[in-house]
Design a protein around this ligand. Structure first.
Ligand SMILES: [Zn+2]
Length: 699
């Protein structure tokens, strides 16, 4: 519940394999009190008026499809970019807010999901009660810390703070302010069972670099951080706060030194380390592991996956070498900071002053009601999602999307058959993986059961604690049970999609399956261009260099031959050159290597979506619409789905860090597909023209 945690959990996951379908930059934290999306929205992906037919499609396809819109659209002043993804995100945020803040929730039957949503929201909003209670709700925790008198007591306390708050593969979240974090997921070596994964934690700044980087900016942040620690302790009435702050900081710095780097943590091969429970004491001496596991409710588990083994060894050693009194001060600060969002205003303000302003440069704290919506959504996400789906995602749309998925899978299967570069044995494995792929559409088959979560009106603090504990126990309960590949990791009301490599599964939330991406009121061929290409993109991630690491069951086991890799690499290099040549600014070009994985997925996704649309028509041509042939509608709809305007500074920053190419060039993926040349009579000499052997065919 601290600001850093909440901020992480409420932004889009950023990883090479997931979230790649987001059209436009992440914008989930968008202010929702902008003009209603419908008013600002162009009339849709099939927006002929937004095209610029004076541009030759073969010269600049993005402008041909979007030129008129680009000329008139304006980026709102509080955004760095704007486009269809952002508009849809605003609409969905507004709908989610309406569902959570609905006064009707208060009169829903006691114990119902709607009532819990209403009570959670109202309690968070009830600042008067929170002020009146002061620090009283935290008092039992502070007393437990004060009562720690030996190493076993310290280990027990650390065990009670373990929560299911990290995720290395799906929503990709590596950080926790608790000493360690737990992720329960399919074992990567034996996907028939769940394993408890343990990750390093214990820092209250976002990353080890904040403690260790020698730059002046980071040094300045460190000075402000120590002042922040002192202020939080002082506000809580802790004696000698100013003297304790540097010692607490120093302990965190030593934890940071023990931490693995982010790059190391991202390497799945390095993380898959199985330790028996009985081995911890020998491999990571210093922490009383028996006491830790007993307090965490994990003392019956035989084996754990320790993601950063060196960090665990070094962190356990710190438990012994650092004086107990320092640990108790550190834990006191962490206990307060962890729940600052539901404490009185002075804690909220101090926490925001550091995490919001100093760390993130955010000038103003979001309105309380918006934070209440976010907190409620975080605690009761699938319950909110269920309400969302009931209102906005009819069964007919789910059926329509599932039919599309079926056609794209069929198209992919045929493409695998026709591949020339893949060894026959690998092809068989690819087809087995495709057959086993579980594609979730709209929402999970089985909704999460929140009946064990008690929400008490007027108890924001207790609600937050119970919600975290509920999530922890829900995850512990999976251990020993058969793996449920139908579980979702993304809420249905998120405009996004994700590939879950170890589950060999995909989630396509209801919110991305809505107009203008997916619209029952227009010709289906356009949905194949806009949404089918995203579905194909995500499917293809199961069969690329990353996907090659996980077999059909989700086992971490490379199923490609050396020759397969070599061929794939050669095709990838061709595409890298294509993207390296794109220059959004005279002095800056797209990084073909950085964006390679996502560009490959775009080519694969668009190709499969094209075949699938043809399959859906059973050999017939799609009817002409608005003067466009079926194929033209398909490609224009695809290019319009990338419609985005972005400020120069943001565009330059993303060129350096984003694994996705700028939207305009993602739209130019069309130049690798033969039918695009026929559809628009593209001729040699035109800017986007590629000779047949220069077109990249990955799949
Ligand atoms: Zn992707």
């Amino acid at each position: 519940m601290t600001f850093p945690r909440t901020a992480l959990l409420l932004t889009f996951a950023i990883s090479a394999c997931s979230s790649s379908s987001t059209k436009g930059p992440p914008s989930s934290s968008a202010p929702a009190d902008l003009a209603p999306a419908a008013a600002a929205a162009p009339s849709g992906i099939d927006d002929v008026a937004g095209m610029d037919k004076s541009v030759a499609p073969g010269d600049d396809f993005f402008s041909y499809a979007n030129g008129a819109w680009m000329k008139t659209a304006e980026i709102p002043p509080d955004r760095s970019s704007y486009g269809i993804g952002a508009i849809l995100d605003e609409l969905t945020t507004k709908r989610t807010q309406e569902l959570i803040t609905s006064p009707a929730n208060a009169s829903a039957p006691a114990g119902s999901d709607a009532r819990k949503i209403g009570d959670y929201y109202a309690s968070f909003l009830d600042e008067a009660t929170i002020e009146k209670k002061g620090l009283a709700p935290l008092e039992p925790t502070l007393q437990r810390i004060a009562a720690i008198k030996d190493a076993a007591g310290l280990a027990t306390y650390l065990g009670t703070t373990l929560r299911a708050d990290v995720d290395v593969l799906n929503n990709t979240n590596y950080d926790t302010d608790n000493f360690f974090g737990l992720w329960v997921a399919q074992d990567l070596s034996d996907p028939t069972r769940y394993s408890p994964f343990l990750l390093q934690g214990g820092l209250n700044m976002p990353d080890r670099d904040y403690y260790l980087d020698p730059s002046a900016r980071m040094a300045d942040i460190r000075t402000k951080y120590q002042a922040h620690i002192a202020a939080m302790l002082g506000d809580a009435g802790v004696a000698d706060a100013a003297a304790k702050a540097p010692r607490i900081f120093d302990l965190e710095k030593r934890i940071a030194q023990a931490h693995a780097t982010r790059v190391e943590t991202e390497d799945v091969q390095k993380g898959n380390n199985h330790w028996k429970r009985s081995e911890f004491q020998k491999r990571a001496p210093g922490l009383d592991w028996a006491a830790f596991f007993a307090a965490a409710g994990l003392d019956k588990e035989e084996t754990f996956v320790v993601w950063q083994p060196k960090a665990f060894t070094a962190m356990a050693a710190l438990v012994r070498s650092v004086p107990l009194a320092t640990w108790k001060d550190y834990l006191t600060f962490h206990a307060i900071s962890h729940v600052a969002g539901v404490l009185p205003k002075k804690f909220v303000d101090e926490s925001f002053a550091f995490y919001g302003k100093t760390i993130n440069g955010t000038p103003k704290l979001r309105d309380r009601w918006k934070r209440a919506v976010a907190a409620t959504d975080h605690a009761l996400g699938e319950a909110v999602g269920k309400l969302y789906v009931e209102k906005y995602f009819p069964p007919s749309e789910k059926a329509r999307a599932e039919a599309m998925v079926k056609n794209i899978l069929a198209a992919f299967s045929k493409r695998i058959d026709k591949l020339e570069w893949m060894a026959p044995a690998t092809k068989e494995k690819a087809k087995a993986k495709l057959a086993a792929l579980k594609v979730g559409v709209g929402y999970p088959d089985k909704w999460r059961d929140y009946s064990a979560l008690e929400v008490v009106r007027g108890d924001a603090f207790g609600n937050a604690e119970r919600a975290q504990l509920f999530e922890y126990k829900r995850n512990l309960a999976k251990l020993g049970k058969p793996v449920d590949r139908g579980e979702w990791v993304m809420n249905p009301h998120l405009v996004n999609a994700v590939n879950l490599p170890a589950m060999n599964a995909l989630n396509f939330p209801a919110a991305i399956l809505q107009p203008p991406f997916f619209d029952p009121k227009r010709a289906e061929v356009m949905d194949y261009g806009a949404t089918g290409s995203v579905i194909g993109h995500e499917i293809s991630h199961s069969f690329d260099v990353q996907g090659a690491l996980f077999d059909a069951t989700g086992r971490l086991q490379n199923w490609w031959t050396k020759e397969d890799f070599a061929h794939f690499k050669a095709a990838a290099e061709k595409l890298e050159k294509q993207f390296d040549a794109y220059k959004p600014f005279p002095d800056a070009h797209v990084n073909g290597k950085l964006t390679s994985g996502e560009n490959i997925a775009d080519v694969a996704g668009l190709s499969a979506a094209y075949d699938a649309y043809r399959i859906s028509l059973g050999g017939k041509e799609a009817p002409e619409a608005q003067g466009l042939t079926g194929d033209q509608q398909f490609f224009v709809s695809f290019a319009q789905s990338w419609r985005t305007k972005i400020r120069e500074a943001a565009a330059r920053a993303r060129l350096l860090t984003d694994v996705h190419a700028p939207a305009e060039y993602r739209a130019d993926t069309v130049r690798n597909l033969d039918p695009w040349y026929t559809a628009f009579a593209v001729k040699p000499g035109q800017k986007l023209y590629l000779a047949a052997d220069e077109r990249v065919r990955m799949w």
